[in-house]
Design a protein around this ligand. Structure first.
Ligand code: AHR
Length: 602
């Protein structure tokens, strides 16, 4: 293949192109990124959490033993249920067992009133690994202890026993080794795997979780901040419980910890079109008489993130330990909503209010659930009418679609609303899928002047608890299993460019099918002035490039990274070597491979 890369023909592209889409789906939050080890720690699980899937799911789920669940004078009206034990014990097995590591310290805490109780970590054979005694008084109070397990096991349980009567709530066990050592923090290995993607932004808390499956199920950020015992947990649209222990404060803090822009997405005053109330395909929304209050919630979020500690909501943030603003720049309004009058009225109200009070906030709109259908067209028409800076497009397609549509954004107007490709995936976790995504991303970089942001979806999935496949990173209690698709995202994340260099490719195998299966994107990272060449070969044969750099002075060796596997493979991992630049530019691209050549120019 003859390839010419010309540094005089360049255009600026987005400097926040590659990010992540975090949704609380597949146990991505509780039992996932959130490091709390006790499941149903506030006794708030209810049958409605698993409606239609598991009728036995209730406030007792994940607790065994002889206890009653009471609601008389609980800790807080948002958290009414608690357990009462009499002369006995209760146990909790966490999320498929509690993983503990010998030598590590675990922060145990509990709200309790009544008789003294003993807390033990016990392994599957009944051996006690650690224990502590708690001596509560007559009123609710938080008690703490540090547990140091004597053995490493993946499936311990927590046991609380008493020989009197004691009421307990908010039973918590946290590894002290959380990501960056944060209290109420994130699981270190999983958070690090996300951080290693070098995402420029993190979208949260979803997808469909954001708009919920009914008006009462719309995700309300105010329920997720402040002391844990006062947060209001809820069922999510994926039919399991969300404790909200991982709430807006924790999301913002994670973004800050990994240097990513926070991108919260809020419902546009309407829930999911497939909601049980209202009927599938119907659209209904928050009653107009309550919309002012809802709009205020959206404005308050911006104050929570960016206001000084002397503002009402900035103070709540400061009290949580973050007096400095989080510097929120983006806010998403709506997710895959049906584009109806009900939607448009509420969406317009929110957009106008945000724009008026916070003109610098970049609003990301939505273009409906059915890609390229009527909603999509109407969603774009509203975006034009409201002159939105960005809209969120979603698509899950077969790999062939991604290979065939690399020029998808070539014809998009550069003068109108830009695109956040908020959700995409090629329906599989084989290397062929990963290559289809890699080649499509060469087209996204080429269109990085109109596509401002892109995030693969969904991000996380706990094995045995998935509602959606494929995902980017699978995990269980002790292991993290990034997919081969993850490594494509990681290579893009590690090698961003903010200028696109024109490249001309001519293949000796010059037929249309072959041309579509060899992709190139050449960019410059203006911070380092490195030239980055991404090459994707989805042909079953070696392609030997002859890359000519025009008007580019090179320095030192090239950093040459290859990711290769068989099309159905799932285990390919990037391999990096150093090569003289001229050798790197001519090195054969293996069949089914993704290659990145990084060249210094100073
Ligand atoms: O990513 C999974 C789901 O797909 C999201 O929640 C939703 O926005 C889309 O339909």
């Amino acid at each position: 293949a003859e390839i010419t890369i010309n540094a005089t023909q360049k255009k600026p592209i987005s400097d926040v192109l590659m990010g992540v889409f975090f949704e609380d789906i597949n146990y991505a939050a509780d039992g996932g990124l959130y490091a709390e080890l006790i499941q149903n720690n506030s006794f708030e699980y209810s049958p409605a959490d698993k409606k239609g899937r598991d009728d036995s799911w209730n406030a007792r789920s994940f607790w065994n033993g002889n206890f009653t669940v009471d609601t008389l004078n609980g800790i807080h009206s948002n958290n009414p249920h608690y357990a009462v034990l009499k002369n006995g014990s209760i146990t909790n097995t966490g999320f498929d067992g509690i993983p503990v590591i010998t030598g590590d310290k675990y922060d145990f805490s509990i709200f309790a009133k009544g008789a003294a109780c003993t807390v033990k970590l016990v392994d599957a054979n009944g051996t006690v690994l650690a224990q502590a005694t708690i001596k509560p008084g007559k009123t609710w109070k938080k008690h703490s202890a540090v547990l140091k397990p004597s053995k490493t096991v993946a499936d311990a349980r927590l046991e609380i026993s008493t020989s009197g009567e004691v009421a307990v709530d908010m039973v918590s066990l946290f590894p002290q080794k959380t990501f960056k050592g944060r209290k109420n923090g994130l699981r270190a290995d999983l958070a690090q795997t996300v951080a290693d993607l070098h995402p420029k932004f993190v979208r949260f808390p979803g997808g469909c979780v954001a708009h919920g499956d009914g008006i009462d199920n719309i995700y309300r950020w105010k329920n997720t901040v402040g002391p844990l015992e006062n947060r209001k947990s809820d069922r999510n649209i994926w039919h399991y419980h969300q404790s909200m222990g991982l709430g807006y404060f924790e999301y913002f803090q994670f973004c800050e910890d990994i240097g990513a822009e926070p991108v919260p997405v809020l419902a546009a005053g309407v829930p999911c079109q497939n909601s049980s109330t209202g009927g599938a395909g119907q659209q209904f929304g928050i009653p107009m008489e309550h919309m002012d209050e809802y709009v205020q919630d959206v404005l308050d979020l911006i104050e929570y993130a960016n206001g000084s500690a002397s503002t009402k909501w900035g103070k709540v943030r400061a009290e949580a330990g973050h007096p400095k603003p989080f510097n929120l720049k983006y806010i998403g309004i709506g997710n895959e909503d049906l584009i109806t009058d009900v939607f448009e009225e509420r969406y317009t109200m929110i957009v106008e209010a945000v724009r008026k009070k916070y003109p610098d906030i970049i609003i990301i709109g939505t273009v409906g659930p059915f890609f390229q259908g009527t909603d999509y067209v109407e969603g774009w028409a509203i975006a034009d009418k409201l002159q939105l800076p960005l809209v969120d497009e979603h698509y899950y397609e077969q790999p062939g679609w991604f290979i065939n549509n690399q020029s998808f954004y070539d014809a998009y107007s550069r003068k109108a609303t830009k695109v956040y490709l908020g959700e995409y995936a090629s329906r599989g976790n084989t290397f062929y899928n990963a290559l289809a995504e890699a080649i499509y991303l060469t087209g996204i970089e080429r269109n990085g002047d109109v596509v401002s942001m892109a995030s693969y979806a969904p991000l996380l999935a706990r094995e045995g608890h998935t509602q959606w496949n494929p995902d980017l990173i699978y995990f269980n209690g002790t292991e993290v299993k990034p997919t081969v698709n993850y490594f494509v995202q990681k290579l893009y994340g590690e090698n961003p460019g903010d200028e696109y260099l024109q490249s001309v490719v001519s293949l000796s195998e010059n037929n249309d099918e072959a041309v579509k299966r060899v992709g190139i994107s050449a960019t410059t990272d203006t911070a380092t002035e490195d030239v980055i060449i991404k090459l994707v070969n989805i042909l079953p044969v070696t392609v030997t490039p002859a890359i000519e750099l025009q008007d580019i002075k090179t320095k030192g060796n090239a950093v040459y990274t290859t990711l290769t596997d068989v099309p159905e493979g799932k285990t390919g991992r990037p391999v990096t070597i150093q090569l003289p630049v001229q050798e790197a530019l001519k090195k054969a691209l293996p069949p089914y491979s993704f290659t990145i050549i990084r060249i210094k120019t100073r």
